[in-house]
Design a protein around this ligand. Structure first.
Ligand SMILES: [Zn+2]
Length: 308
């Protein structure tokens, strides 16, 4: 299987050699369990992961021997997709998060990298953007999108050359930077595609957050899908090193249903199904609960005097 053919790389944020990095997670791969569901969005946690190391210079945790970009493109293309309610909750949370930044932006054109079913594109429209576009590799996610979004979504992996330079006011990338081989390459491409003064916004997991540290090996951040994991310091480094200004990094609160929190909870499966049945019986499974689940929102601007 192509996912098992791997080559060593340097830190994908700062370029430091992995020789100076320390082991952060041991490899935990069962190749018989590797399938398209391993790469679906928000599936049951499976606790599979490649070895990850921690960069001593920028604090990034990353897979030092990842599969090829081609292999990743293929699995994401084939990835299955579920959960429209959670996707909608997440999109509402993202909309709340970017609202303060909008005062500084022209509400012209916006792009979302890793748009899924494009649910956030609807939010961008509601927030006042004239034109919205999304890019998504999963055929299943796009097939699940309602008809009115189909014109907005391009199927495939994000490629800078598919877009006009300096043509976007806002580019968003939510829970996607962990999944790509080259996060710095994307960050530089985004800079070139933004108009001067335009903004790049990301949401990423924070491996240093209390939730993720408490959950340890059972945290959903430990996943074969993740090619790297950021902390507040390493996501700021990604923005700073690539020329963004007014960079802001802060914790992010999601509001999801109790049903979803229970599904994510690191409980033995017997106890988990009992809890799931109980909340369903009590009729409280749909209650929305805000929680800091250890995610970070980062925002940075293209300097307004800078040409691409
Ligand atoms: Zn680094």
């Amino acid at each position: 299987m192509q996912l098992l053919e791997r080559a060593q790389r340097n830190c994908p944020v700062c370029g430091s050699s992995p020789d100076r990095a320390k082991i952060f997670f041991d490899e935990h791969i069962d190749s018989s369990k590797l399938n398209e569901f391993s790469f679906a969005s928000r599936k049951e946690p499976e606790y599979l992961c490649y070895q990850m190391v921690q960069c001593s210079s920028c604090d990034l945790v990353y897979v030092d021997r990842p599969p090829s970009q081609q292999a990743l493109a293929e699995v994401y293309h084939a990835a299955d997709y579920d959960s429209s309610e959670e996707a909608d909750d997440a999109a509402s949370a993202y909309a709340r998060v970017i609202r303060p930044a909008l005062r500084q932006l022209k509400l012209g054109r916006a792009l979302e990298i890793g748009t899924g079913t494009g649910v956030f594109l609807d939010k961008l429209k509601q927030l006042g953007f004239e034109t919205v576009a999304g890019i998504e590799p999963s055929t299943a996610a796009i097939a699940a999108a309602p008809a009115h979004r189909h014109d907005w979504i391009r199927e495939g992996i994000f490629v800078e050359g598919d877009y006009e330079p300096e043509s976007f006011d806002l580019i968003c990338c939510f829970m996607t930077l962990e999944h790509v081989r080259e996060p710095a390459e994307i960050t530089r491409s985004v800079m070139r595609l933004l108009r001067p003064g335009g903004a790049f916004v990301t949401v990423t997991h924070d491996y240093r957050s209390i939730v993720n540290r408490l959950m340890g090996r059972r945290s959903p951040i430990i996943d074969i899908e993740h090619m790297q994991l950021f902390s507040a310091r390493s996501i700021a480094a990604l923005f700073d090193r690539n020329g963004y200004t007014n960079v802001q990094v802060k914790p992010f609160v999601n509001r999801y249903s109790l049903r979803y929190w229970t599904r994510l909870a690191p409980l033995p499966s017997g106890i988990k199904s009992f809890a799931q049945q109980t909340i369903a019986t009590l009729g409280i499974a749909g209650i929305k609960i805000p929680m800091n689940v250890g995610n970070t929102v980062a925002l940075g601007f293209k300097p307004s005097n800078q040409r691409a």
